[in-house]
Design a protein around this ligand. Structure first.
Ligand code: NAP
Length: 230
């Protein structure tokens, strides 16, 4: 099949492209660096010409509330119009486990808006909600660091290696659309405390991890299971 991966140069997208190529598909990465911009629409129709499947693994350049919302809504509206014009049979969109449970995060509100547009579009689709990338846990730990302490929420997290996720996303792209949501998580649900401890050990850092029920995840209060596969 010809499968176009929007954001195919990114951390996840590049691995999806490689996995699909290894599986014998014509996998085409499409992003600004290859002349395809889903926000302006530049190059979209050319990239999607003759494609069977579109995988959207793009990400916003800014995670701030308004820019993230503008990115995911404009990009998704353009992708739906171009996919329809190109007779795409399966639209695969990347999203985040629990995004609809955490409305205090502007980035997650933008992912929910992206999901809604895909659901309301007329193209057969599969939304893949993934848990946090394992490669992202050092950045999460850094975001929770205050002086010599890492103040973590009393909640669970389920990191997934992007290679493992890419394998799963490729399987979704190869399969029929389900017109629904698939949740994909890493092998273990662990506490933020354990995640931060492992991150610090990996980096040779001697900071102290403190469980703080008031601590937030990028500004969002969490309940124990907010970020893990239900
Ligand atoms: N990080 C996590 O823990 C996590 C968890 C679950 C789901 N996700 C989701 O997974 C997806 C991929 O995340 P990632 O971390 O792999 O992304 P990333 O590494 O930041 O890559 C972003 C990709 O988006 C492309 N892009 C940026 N602006 C674009 C535009 N205007 N038009 C088309 N493509 C554009 C970039 O292209 P250039 O290289 O050409 O700039 C790049 O290929 C996102 O939807 C994210 O919400 C992330």
């Amino acid at each position: 099949m010809k499968i176009v991966v929007i954001g195919g140069s990114g951390l996840l997208g590049s691995k999806v492209v490689q996995r699909l190529k290894d599986g014998g598909h014509e996998a085409v990465p499409a992003s600004p660096r290859s002349g395809v911009n889903s926000v302006t629409g530049e190059g979209l129709l050319e990239a999607l010409s003759g494609a069977d499947v579109l995988v959207d693994a793009s990400n916003a350049p800014s995670f701030d509330d308004d820019p993230a919302m503008a990115f995911f809504t404009n990009s998704t509206m353009n992708l739906i119009v171009a996919a329809k014009a190109s007779d795409i049979g399966h639209y695969v969109a990347m999203s985040i486990v629990g995004c609809d449970q955490l409305p205090e995060s502007g980035y997650l509100r933008a992912k929910v808006a992206q999901e809604k547009l895909v659901e309301q579009g007329t193209i057969p689709y599969t939304i893949v909600r993934a848990t946090q990338f394992a490669e992202f846990t050092d950045a999460i730990t850094a975001s929770l660091t205050v002086g010599n302490e890492v103040r973590v929420p009393d909640a669970l997290i389920q990191p997934i290696a992007t290679q493992d996720l890419a394998d799963e996303v490729a399987l979704v792209a190869e399969a029929q659309p389900i017109n629904g949501i698939v949740n994909i998580g890493g092998p273990e649900k662990i506490s933020f405390e354990q995640m931060a401890g492992e991150s610090l050990a990996r980096q040779g850092e001697s900071k102290v991890v403190v469980v703080d029920p008031q601590a937030t995840y990028f500004g969002t209060p969490l309940s124990s299971g907010s970020l893990v596969v239900p």
